[in-house]
Write a protein that binds this ligand. Sequence first.
Ligand code: RTP
Ligand code: MG
Length: 182
Amino acid sequence: MIPAHSRHTPSDRGPPITKQLELTMAAETTLIILKPDAVQRGLMGRIITRFEDKGLQVCGAKMMQIPMSLAQTHYADHKGKPFYDGLVGFMTSSPVLVLALRGVGAIAICRSMMGATFGSQADAGTIRGDFGVSNSFNLIHGSDSPEAAAKETGLFFREGEILDWTRANECWVYDLSGDEPE
Ligand code: RTP
Ligand code: MG
């Protein structure tokens, strides 16, 4: 008799493995950083809830205080701009929560959920629009292209820290009946 607790491995559950593979191939993984102001203001849970409610999957999560060298590398495209020193100073000033979020179209979906860069201009209904007024303290970073997502997930997560896992409700988040997840 197999004991009840070991009758099922996690891979027994969820959609068939081929469907899960199709979904993994079609999905993007984007890097999100809940910036120091979001962590200090106790907004982590509410922001993560928005992404989970939307149907995005959390595949990596790490709390860290970003070292100066990593902040400089991450924002290297902005080096030389007037706001650069303040930006890396802010990003290294206090802990952040780094997330790898996965889904079909995840990069654009997350960017639209974040809202415009400056809190004062971000639309109501977006994270920056609903939770902040500041232009400097704008709560959240999200990768802005597939190239940036690949680079940034590699910068912030080590091998094995982003997990491929199957959600129990995957087949109700996406229509997996066709060739592509819809
Ligand atoms: P992020 O990279 O943090 O997700 O923000 P973003 O794509 O919406 O904006 P981006 O142009 O990449 O700028 C990076 C961060 O720099 C600060 N910033 N300040 N004072 C300014 O003109 C200015 N422009 C950008 C913001 O904190 C922005 O998030
Ligand atoms: Mg950016």
